[in-house]
Design a protein around this ligand. Structure first.
Ligand SMILES: NC(=O)c1ccc[n+]([C@@H]2O[C@H](COP(=O)([O-])OP(=O)(O)OC[C@H]3O[C@@H](n4cnc5c(N)ncnc54)[C@H](OP(=O)(O)O)[C@@H]3O)[C@@H](O)[C@H]2O)c1
Length: 241
């Protein structure tokens, strides 16, 4: 039975880059669990690319989906690393137009899912007194962008949970870190019109958008650095300044 690194939302741009880097840097010490929801094709392509990896389908906004993921991982080995990366940023609704259905959709995926995955995976990690959880937050936790009210709330709450779990789980040998990307080129940002992209780029001190690999490097740093916990690490090209 192997130690496993679980990456949720690995069918997306950032999650796939995290899987590749964990496989490469852990020198095959960690078996990679590629989680996906609807995009089976992307997950299967990644499984073919990363030796010894395996894919699990689950809708993580539901308790049954979270149980499916945990059970599939436990059947393969011991969870050592959990990267809560799956997330959605839509619908984009101006503050006066927010709806309860959008609230439930975004919060269930971006906040409820990582909360209960942390609870359940950390119980397993605590048996070995070893583990690391990385939560993917966002620059938008700290920056107002029209249409992102609920998304923003979900990510700042995820950062609060990161610190809370870090405080409570440190004595059990488990570290919890958040990584907050800026504007990264993935499917999530691909639909943003060129005019709006040009406006956003003006806010980036380094002058360009980030690649998923830049986020993956920071996630790997969080996994590897044994004295790091409770921190929120920005990887945003200076967009939050
Ligand atoms: N791209 C950016 O600029 C940016 C900036 C800051 C933070 N982030 C954060 O980075 C993370 C990854 O984003 P990305 O840019 O890589 O987005 P992406 O390419 O759209 O990928 C999103 C992933 O989340 C999964 N997902 C969505 N709803 C789900 C659900 N209910 N249950 C399980 N999985 C679900 C998707 O699965 P399927 O496709 O298989 O359905 C997909 O794998 C997100 O948490 C996002 O908020 C992104």
């Amino acid at each position: 039975m192997r130690d496993i690194a679980v990456v949720t939302g690995a069918s997306g741009g950032i999650g796939a880059a995290i899987c590749r880097l964990i496989h490469a840097r852990s020198e095959e010490q960690l078996q990679v669990c590629i989680h996906y929801n609807g995009n089976k094709g992307a997950a299967e392509a990644l499984v073919n690319e990363i030796p010894d990896s395996f894919a699990v389908q689950a809708n993580l906004s539901r308790a049954e989906g979270r149980k499916t993921l945990l059970d599939a991982v436990l059947a393969k080995g011991t969870p050592f690393c959990l990267v809560n990366n799956a997330g959605i940023d839509r619908p984009h609704e101006p503050a006066l137009m927010v709806t309860e259905s959008s609230y439930e959709k975004i919060m269930d995926t971006n906040l409820k899912a990582p909360l209960f995955l942390m609870r359940d995976f950390a119980k397993e990690m605590a048996r070995n007194e070893a583990g690391v959880i990385v939560n993917i937050s966002s620059i938008l936790a700290r920056k107002a962008v029209v249409g992102s009210a609920i998304y923003r709330a979900s990510k700042i709450a995820l950062e609060a949970l990161t610190r809370q779990f870090a405080a409570e789980l440190g004595p059990k040998g488990i570290r919890v870190v958040a990584v907050a990307p800026g504007f990264i080129e993935t499917n999530m940002t691909a639909a943003i019109p060129e005019e709006q992209r040009a406006g956003i780029k003006k806010d980036v001190s380094l002058g360009n958008f980030g690649a998923p690999e830049a986020v993956a490097e920071t996630v790997w740093h969080a996994i590897e650095n044994q004295y790091l916990t409770g921190a929120v690490i920005a990887v945003d090209g200076g967009m939050a300044l």
